[in-house]
Design a protein around this ligand. Structure first.
Ligand code: HEC
Ligand code: HEC
Length: 371
């Protein structure tokens, strides 16, 4: 654990803390004034106070997929054709209404009807909280236990899982091959190998998800040199976030890290979940879970791998307590102000289609049913 005492950061003018001064970063993220001769961003001359060295947001690895592949992936993502009940889609549990998650403690899969969101109920409940799907393109491991490594490899799991879509891929393939619209969409997406196939389904879903990049938050604007982008509370919260060592795991610029830790999250009765151990078989990994991104965490309540904590402020309080350092309500308020307010960006959220080629009804979300 870091032996840092949370400093009270005075941001500007004389009296700025030594820590802040030591880390004050020259920012190189295009917050420039003079473009270079070749039209590229010129030398940045903007300096903003950061509690850590400025690290540029990563470029997308690999080549971008064609718009046709991405379109097919989006269509499949929202089409219940992948589910055994013809009513459930990826978008049921990863919805743009809830930060690409589902607002449930634990996700409810097939058999739960067309209504998605916080009022969804049903017979098939996953034992874990749905993950928001932001910035997956940069990931090396997926799921709370890191059991898969690529999005292509990941995408078959929810199709097969009885608590999720529960469908036989052979049946999916039959339905796609018999559907003229899908035949045309696959041919446009994969002209060299135009037949609908399960590998193409998985590729299209993966490539669509790689478009869910979130890097236009107020924090990004601030890092690029716009000092006014973040409020004073958010800036102060960012410095306290660093002082409590949060950035050691939720590391900028993605505010996550390829790692698994035990944060002593409250248990939920009757749920057995050994976390990372289930993927590695290493005893020390029992109870360790993926370090999630905090980008767009604002929208994905409830929190933690089992959804046991309802509100972001409570999750921040839990995490502050884990630091082992003394903290007060003002620390909770300010760190929450930063995580909640400065790390939001859903500007690339997908557009849910009104209709899908299968002719099935697209899952309904954004409507709360009072029972
Ligand atoms: C019943 C709800 C449900 C459905 C349907 C569902 N998911 Fe998920 N998804 C989850 C849950 C819960 C997790 C976390 C599971 C775990 O860690 O074991 C998850 C995890 C993921 C992850 C890993 C994200 C990360 O941050 O590591 C990806 C990617 C994903 N889902 C994509 C999909 C795709 C693509 C589909 C459709 C083919 C889909 N999901 C269908 C609930 C669902
Ligand atoms: C040692 C690594 C580590 C440190 C340090 C750390 N976290 Fe976490 N954080 C995690 C892990 C791992 C999880 C998921 C735990 C789980 O679900 O079991 C998590 C989850 C969270 C969540 C819930 C996110 C979600 O989508 O469910 C929030 C919010 C959070 N941390 C904030 C913070 C704050 C604020 C700090 C600093 C006080 C902090 N964390 C320090 C590893 C860390």
């Amino acid at each position: 654990m870091r032996q840092l005492s949370p400093h009270r950061h005075a941001r500007r003018g004389p009296g700025a803390s030594v820590v802040a001064a030591a880390f004050a970063a020259i920012v190189a993220l295009g917050g420039c004034t003079e473009p270079g001769d070749d039209g590229s961003p010129g030398e940045p001359d903007v300096e903003v106070d950061l509690p850590w060295p400025a690290v540029a947001f990563p470029d997308l690895p690999g080549e971008a997929a064609s718009p046709e592949v991405i379109e097919l992936g989006l269509t499949l993502f929202y089409d219940p054709v992948l589910s055994v009940d013809g009513q459930t889609a990826c978008g049921t549990c990863h919805s743009e209404f809830w930060g690409m998650s589902d607002a449930l403690e634990r996700s409810v899969g097939q058999g739960g009807g067309l209504i998605a969101g916080p009022s969804r109920t049903g017979p098939h409940v996953v034992r874990r909280n749905s993950q928001g799907l932001w910035n997956l393109a940069f990931r090396e491991t997926l799921f709370w236990d890191g059991r898969t490594e690529t999005l292509e490899e990941q995408a078959i799991e929810p199709i097969l899982a009885v608590d999720e879509l529960g469908q036989d891929p052979a049946l999916v393939l039959e339905l796609l091959q018999a559907n003229d619209d899908y035949v045309a969409l696959f041919a446009a997406a994969f002209p060299d190998d135009p037949e609908p196939s399960i590998p193409h389904v998985l590729t299209a879903l993966a490539e669509f998800q790689r478009t869910l990049v979130s890097n236009r938050s107020l924090y990004d604007g601030y890092v690029a040199g716009d000092e006014a982008a973040m409020s004073d509370d958010q800036i102060e919260g960012m410095f306290r976030f660093a002082a409590f060592g949060c950035d050691g795991c939720h590391a900028p610029p993605l505010f996550e890290r390829e790692g698994f830790e035990n944060r002593n999250v409250p248990n939920v009765d009757a749920i057995v979940d050994d976390g990372r151990y289930e993927a590695t078989g290493i005893v020390d990994d029992i109870g360790r879970f993926r370090i999630p991104t905090l980008r767009n965490a604002s929208f994905t309540e409830p929190y933690f791998h089992n959804g046991s904590v309802a509100k972001l402020e409570e999750a921040v309080r839990h995490e502050l307590a884990q630091s082992g350092l003394a903290f007060d309500d003002e620390d909770v308020r300010l760190v929450t102000a930063f995580v909640d307010g400065a790390l939001r960006d859903e500007s690339r959220e997908p557009q849910r289609p009104d209709t899908v080629p299968s002719g099935l009804v697209v899952p309904i979300d954004g409507t709360t049913i009072i029972r």
